[in-house]
Design a protein around this ligand. Sequence first.
Ligand SMILES: Nc1ncnc2c1ncn2[C@@H]1O[C@H](COP(=O)(O)OP(=O)(O)OP(=O)(O)O)[C@@H](O)[C@H]1O
Ligand SMILES: [Mg+2]
Length: 356
Amino acid sequence: MYEEEDWASVPADSVSLGPHEDPGDRDVETTLRPRKLSEFVGQARVREQLELVLHGALRRGDQPDHVLFSGPPGLGKTSLSMIIAQELGSAIRVTSGPALEKPGDLAAMLSNLTEGDVLFIDEIHRIARPAEEMLYLAMEDFRVDIVVGKGPGATSIPLELAPFTLVGATTRSGALTGPLRDRFGFTAHMEFYTPDELDQVVRRSAGILGVDLRDDGAAEIAARSRGTPRIANRLLRRVRDYAEVRAEGAVTREVARAALQVYDVDEMGLDRLDRAVLRALIKSFHGGPVGISTLAVAVGEEPSTVEEVCEPYLVRAGFLARTPRGRVATAAAWYHLGMTPPANTPGDGPPTLFEQ
Ligand SMILES: Nc1ncnc2c1ncn2[C@@H]1O[C@H](COP(=O)(O)OP(=O)(O)OP(=O)(O)O)[C@@H](O)[C@H]1O
Ligand SMILES: [Mg+2]
């Protein structure tokens, strides 16, 4: 149960505790990023499959297939991409979909690759169409056609590329075109982490950062991290601040609870925006169904933020259901906001954290 003032009257958050990447703490993220497959917690299936793909290719002396990671922000897509290069002993070149506006940008990037390199394209669903088409040929044949000149006199010059492995990451695999998706030999969907796995993540981070994290404190942070390692690390740092300023420095369960209350993270790990979405759904639309863009307008956010950042976790934790007619609040969502659901509401009982 959670009571709070109207979403609209809440001042903008000064500290970001959501799953999005935040330039403010990029340095810490780099420090905490797992470097090797063996340091990477959770995602057991993806790890096993990836290990086979990489080591199979290494054994044969081939270039590994192109790899696509999809899933909500902060689940380790970038980290795993770096690890791929590390496991292969290759150099990694990093770019992103929005940076590849013109085919020339991509051609420059591709022609600079040396044999065996890993090319990482973050937010690959945002790549511009002409660059995407160039990428098809590059992925398939390690070749690009450079068009010189304009109009009838234009000619295309084929350019051989060094064999490379493309690693793409996206928070919206649905926005990828079919031809692009088909050119990846291995696609991995990242899942939310269990509280147990997040417990390991925060313990590891506490070790690196020198935080005196107690067992019950770790469990509390893990349970409130929305299934997301980036959030777990962020909460750990906020709780550490609290422990140093207002307590004796040790992060116990009580300290973690008190700190997370200050930062508006509730016992299910929902942050203000998550709760605002549920409140709008229930209070303004009587629990739904309602379309994602209407819901986004109601909370004053971009539809893509609601869809890519809030929704996956709300669905995973059983608060929200997707139906052909729109989004619906489950019974658990009504209980979470301290209200009794109407008789025909989907889902049952008060909320529980998902199974381990
Ligand atoms: N499996 C993991 N084990 C330990 N730490 C992890 C793991 N996955 C992610 N992290 C931590 O979470 C942070 C964010 O991970 P990462 O940047 O890889 O997420 P992402 O999926 O690329 O997010 P985005 O979609 O926003 O780009 C990392 O810096 C790392 O500290
Ligand atoms: Mg990333």
